[in-house]
Design a protein around this ligand. Sequence first.
Ligand SMILES: Cc1cc2nc3c(=O)[nH]c(=O)nc-3n(C[C@H](O)[C@H](O)[C@H](O)COP(=O)(O)OP(=O)(O)OC[C@H]3O[C@@H](n4cnc5c(N)ncnc54)[C@H](O)[C@@H]3O)c2cc1C
Length: 300
Amino acid sequence: MNLDRIIKNKKTGKVLTNQIMSKYTTFNVGGKVDYIVYPKSVEKLIELIKILRSEKIKYKILGNGSNTVFNDEDYNGVIIKLDEFNDLHIKDTIIKVGSGYNLMILAHKLSRMGLTGIEFATGIPGTVGGAIYMNAGAYKSDMGYIVSEIKVLTPELEIKTLYNSDLDFHYRTSFLQENPGYICIEVTIVLKHGNKDIIMDLIEERRKKRLMTQPLEFPSCGSVFRNPPNDFAGRLIEECGLKGYKIGGAMVSPKHANFIINYENATGKDVRDLILYVKDEVKKKFDIELLIEQEFINWE
Ligand SMILES: Cc1cc2nc3c(=O)[nH]c(=O)nc-3n(C[C@H](O)[C@H](O)[C@H](O)COP(=O)(O)OP(=O)(O)OC[C@H]3O[C@@H](n4cnc5c(N)ncnc54)[C@H](O)[C@@H]3O)c2cc1C
């Protein structure tokens, strides 16, 4: 495959070769990848996908890698990152933002402007596109509450608008997750005017609490399992006696049982094995099937 030359000739955007995915994921795990490409525009993204499809090269859109567990084996394909999709237009309470924009930075910026509704996202280290895919949320709120519409590239490579009611937002899931061929390009968020001091105090209070209750000093992907109805995954895992349980360099956090941390040079396999082990133990003890939040990539 001489993708390098093709992409350079077409001026697609920045291309990196022979990268290690552990640098691009918050678990800090994952093997080599042939190419990481940063398309400069939607037109360049479409051109790139057409080339990859015609050359039968596999590809995957990646945001900030904060919800993914990559295999340690090589990924023989292309990772597409939308970092260049980072335009931001703010008109009163209506915000149009590129899907590659960092959600935490956006949430802080808008909150500091006295806009309310996005405070919940100040501790979520993903991109705006990844947050739509996951319907990321916290404190009884999520993207579904603030997004009015998004622009997507369909699997047929057409640009389309999907409205909130099309997006099927539910607890940590959305239309995009159910239809992985769609790529989010731009997002429109609608907030309200609020009191800046109250908003910033709330954010600070929650930040302090997170630091005390979550193992943010270690690489992780945040909560590993969705909470089952009327219960907490963390409680179930703790009752199985799994806090501090290790496989290789991966450990169930002693601070928060629903976090698995890369304690000491964990491999992707350590992390995946530990996630599956915890899931099995909870099933055995409580007959509850925990749903995994993270996506396993390149394990097929
Ligand atoms: C310390 C920590 C705390 C966290 N806290 C929370 C929390 O409070 N609440 C919460 O919900 N999550 C939390 N997370 C998990 C994670 O940050 C979110 O799930 C986030 O939305 C993932 O975004 P990402 O850009 O990193 O996506 P990635 O992990 O890069 O990708 C996830 C999936 O989204 C797809 N995707 C990414 N961008 C696009 C796009 N533009 N179009 C289509 N598909 C796309 C990818 O292909 C992949 O399938 C936390 C993670 C960490 C590390």
